[in-house]
Design a protein. Sequence first.
Length: 298
Amino acid sequence: MATEPGSGTPGNASELAPARVDAHHHVWDLTVRAEPWITGAAMAPINRSFGLTDLAPHVQAAGITSTVLVQTLGEIAETREFLALAAASDLVGAVTGWVDLTSASVAEDLAALAEAPGGDHLRAIRHGVQSEDDPAWLCRPDVRRGLRAVTDAGLRYELLTIPVQLPAVQATVADLPETSFVLDHCSKPAIARGELAPWADQIRTLAGHPNVSCKLSGLVTEADWATWDVASLRPYVDVVLEAFGPDRVMFGSDWPVCLLASSYGDWTMAAEELTAHLTTTERASIFGGTARRFYALP
């Protein structure tokens, strides 16, 4: 189902909800700084700069009225730039930024971001835990101290993890019940290999913690980029929907990363098809309501 970037237009966007949210997208400017993770021929489709003007026609076609701009790099400078972008944009309603959770100055760093231009758009913090060699990185005392500082600052935390790290995720959300977490990309199940276990059981256990939500995002790039279809995604989406329920699931495009496997429109249409069996109210939660509550969007 992979297509050229920009192809595909959702057919019933206006029927799902009066105002929809894309709870997960990125931008980057390669003239400002490199994205070291974009390497090799396979990544060529996204090895260029992407800005909000590039995103605008896609969200408009999908009926999206507000977005969450999510960090890509472990640099506070990027977060400051994203906050300024949000302040100047009618589209970006919230920013998920980055601070060094292990730093002794994490509380001061968070306070400084809140005072920066656009700082009122800062709603969450994320770190690329998926790249950490230690599968229990989230359980480190210095990381836990940082997570508590995030909570004390009135912010949420986004979990960018892979399945082998889910035991540490479960321990962390259990030990920090006052922190609001969201699991990015369903923790990247092995869709291309057709593996459900043990991921599915881990997701069900994780969903037992009421302080955790889940993003319906990033799945097409965990599937086979060239041959994925809705049927290949459905078992994983069904697990997430049954475990978390629509009130704790939110749609995200993961644009422009999704362009490796799908256009913005094709992924949006796939998400609509995967949730078509739900009620209008439930779909409205997934495509807007959950994200608005979680990120305290206007």
